[in-house]
Design a protein around this ligand. Structure first.
Ligand code: NAP
Ligand code: ZN
Ligand code: ZN
Length: 349
């Protein structure tokens, strides 16, 4: 398989440029996908900037992939040429450990193969979705339901499953009081999903600037965390708090908002260690948890759930040559609410 065109990072701080990445030759159980839409996740930026540790360059990131199958290996049974498919944050796992067998490949005991900056089956470094094509094992390729608009579906492959999985795990439904902290890419989808699950949803955002949007996405209440009164008004009032913030928070302030047996779960992934006063957890028998993306079976369930409930991400389409500007806006908190790269523009970039 020849090198394919991609947007690549060549160092931690410089601009992304157009280059190429090499894909492995498709094996008998692989699917070759022509990428059409590619979402921009804050994790792409954390990774390239080295926030979570060093990575090898050049690197193409991107793990919110929507595309069309253009070839399948001889043994592929679940996808056909012409199908609309998605790929998220994982492209492989051991498939044998207890967690993999339970459909929780994101907790593979040997570590899942990340879509980018991971160790590929051939020992090489995996390269992500800011590219024209990708080769993925069929069991890590998702079906895109016809009811979901193709241009808007990509963000569900990371932002969607990363928020759906903890909401499901903690049994969100009618009668549950759920707070979503941070209304960016992950947060805005979390609001829509939690609302569709029937919960009473509150957004905790830095300011009230996104209030109208939050209410339109299904939130029942919207508060600014810059207002100290928010933390007294809402003390002990949530069953679940889902933190999607990419920067450190004063966690005790948020833990104080949990009711009896409430859980604070973080999917936001700032690199700094977090500090919690244990006495804050003793009160109300509170729990502090984390959650990593979601399994393949659950990702398909999430896509089907979003199709059934009309949960669709809010996106801004960009051309390949707008990627550096877009990253700057994500870091500045100016995205409404997810950038999606129109990969057809890569050919002319
Ligand atoms: P994003 O679009 O940049 O959204 C983050 C939101 O956090 C912002 O919109 C903003 O919301 C809030 N925020 C940003 N800086 C803040 C600060 N200094 N203080 C308080 N709030 C702040 O990012 P994303 O793509 O949704 O990703 C969010 C985080 O989740 C990232 O750290 C990412 O790496 C992580 N992530 C984790 C997983 C996982 O498996 N656990 C998967 C995907 C992503 P408001 O304007 O509403 O305050
Ligand atoms: Zn992501
Ligand atoms: Zn495993």
């Amino acid at each position: 398989m020849p090198a394919v065109q991609a947007i690549v990072a060549t160092d931690p701080t410089g601009p992304l440029t157009v280059g190429t990445v090499v894909r492995r030759d498709p094996g008998p159980r692989d699917v070759l996908i022509e990428i059409v839409w590619s979402g921009v996740c804050h994790s792409d930026i954390h990774t390239v900037r080295g926030d979570w540790g060093g990575v090898e360059y050049p690197l193409a990131v991107g793990h919110e992939i929507a595309g069309v199958v253009v070839a399948v290996g001889a043994e592929v049974a679940s996808h056909r040429v012409g199908d609309r498919v998605g790929v998220g944050c994982m492209v492989g796992s051991c498939r044998e450990c207890d967690n993999c067998r339970a459909g929780q490949e994101q907790y593979c005991e040997r570590g899942f193969v990340a879509t980018y900056a991971g160790v590929d089956v051939d020992g090489g470094v995996t390269q992500g979705g800011y590219a024209t094509h990708v080769v993925v094992a069929e069991d890590f390729v998702l079906r895109i339901p016809a009811a979901l608009p193709f241009d808007k579906v990509a963000p569900l492959l990371c932002a969607g499953i990363t928020t759906y999985s903890p909401l499901r795990h903690w049994n969100v439904g009618p009668g549950m009081r759920v707070a979503v902290v941070g209304m960016g890419g992950l947060g805005h989808i979390a609001v829509k999903i939690a609302h569709a699950m029937g919960a009473e949803v509150t957004v905790l955002s830095q300011s009230l600037r996104k209030r109208e949007d939050g209410l339109a996405f299904g939130a029942d209440h919207f508060y600014a965390t810059s207002d100290a009164a928010t933390f007294t008004t809402l003390a002990r009032s949530f069953d679940l708090i889902l933190n999607t913030v990419s920067a450190p928070l004063v966690l005790d302030d948020y833990l104080e908002l949990l009711a009896l047996d409430g859980t604070f779960v973080s999917v936001g992934a700032p690199p700094e260690p977090a500090s919690v006063t244990l006495f804050t957890l003793f009160t109300n028998r509170r729990r502090f948890a984390g959650s990593s993306i979601g399994g393949i079976r659950e990702t398909q369930e999430m896509l089907d759930f979003c199709a059934e409930h009309g949960v669709v991400p809010e996106i801004e389409v960009i051309a390949a040559d707008q990627i550096n500007e877009a990253w700057g806006k994500v870091v500045a908190g100016d995205v409404r609410y997810r950038y999606v790269i129109d990969i057809s523009t890569l050919a002319t970039a």
